[in-house]
Design a protein around this ligand. Structure first.
Ligand code: B16
Ligand code: MG
Length: 217
């Protein structure tokens, strides 16, 4: 029986990708780089500095480390100004019902996100009340698909990885969950998340009977 649930943040609990896009786009415009929503797809689940490298490569531009850190800070300042305004209305469909159900079933809940801004987002949306542990971009050295973020999550919950279910919307995140020995629920499409053990369009159908069946696996 599963005893822990580890959730990715962006794309699973809330849609912060739209704010990342606006903030990266502002930086791209300043640097004269053409940056589209399609390009933004490549940044989902990717760390801040690795995202900046992708953006700069689109414009075939190179900078020293200090300049890159300045750009990343600029982007983050704008991004934070957006997420400061988030509230509970931005929680994705099915999430609150699922977290409530898990809590009632005494299943421990952890966050496993690449974002260094995760605690602020959880606070602004009120989701922080559900979490027993948080592992975010401040805690990990190796980005997904490395399993570090989820292994640390299981450790914080005091559980063996095989007792944990990971909820992920990114291919690299599903890969990380499987590499960590966890059961992976993909949020999205089977086509985009072939490594997930099962895939759902959103978390609306992941309550009640289905959750009960999963617990019996
Ligand atoms: P930050 P996740 C990821 O969140 C985002 O998907 C990704 O686009 C972002 O670059 C990364 O967090 C780092 O975010 O700049 O706030 O530290 O999907 O792992 O929850
Ligand atoms: Mg994600």
């Amino acid at each position: 029986m599963y005893q822990g649930a580890i959730f990715d943040l962006d794309g699973v609990l809330v849609d912060t990708a739209k704010y990342h896009f606006l903030a990266w786009q502002a930086l791209a415009q300043k640097l004269g780089i053409h940056f589209t929503e399609r390009d933004n797809e490549r940044l989902k689940g990717v760390s801040r500095m690795a995202s900046l490298d992708v953006l700069l490569s689109l414009g075939d531009q190179q900078y020293d480390t200090a300049t890159k850190e300045k750009f990343a800070q600029e982007k983050n300042d704008l991004y934070v100004s957006y997420i400061e305004k988030m509230d509970a209305t931005e929680i994705l469909p099915g999430v609150t019902a699922l977290l409530t159900h898990l809590q009632q079933e005494k299943i421990k809940i952890c966050l496993g996100s690449a974002s260094k801004n995760a605690p602020l987002i959880l606070k602004r949306t009120g989701l922080d009340q559900y979490f027993d542990a948080i592992v975010d971009g401040n805690d990990v050295q190796k980005a997904k698909p490395d399993p570090e973020v989820f292994l640390k999550g299981a450790e914080k919950l005091g559980l063996a990885p095989t007792f944990c279910v990971v909820f992920e919307d990114a291919l690299a995140g599903c890969e990380a969950g499987k590499a960590g020995g966890m059961y992976v629920v993909g949020v999205g499409t089977k086509e985009n998340l072939p490594l997930a053990d099962e895939v759902h369009a959103n978390l609306v159908d992941f309550t009640g009977d289905h959750l009960f069946q999963l617990k019996k696996l």
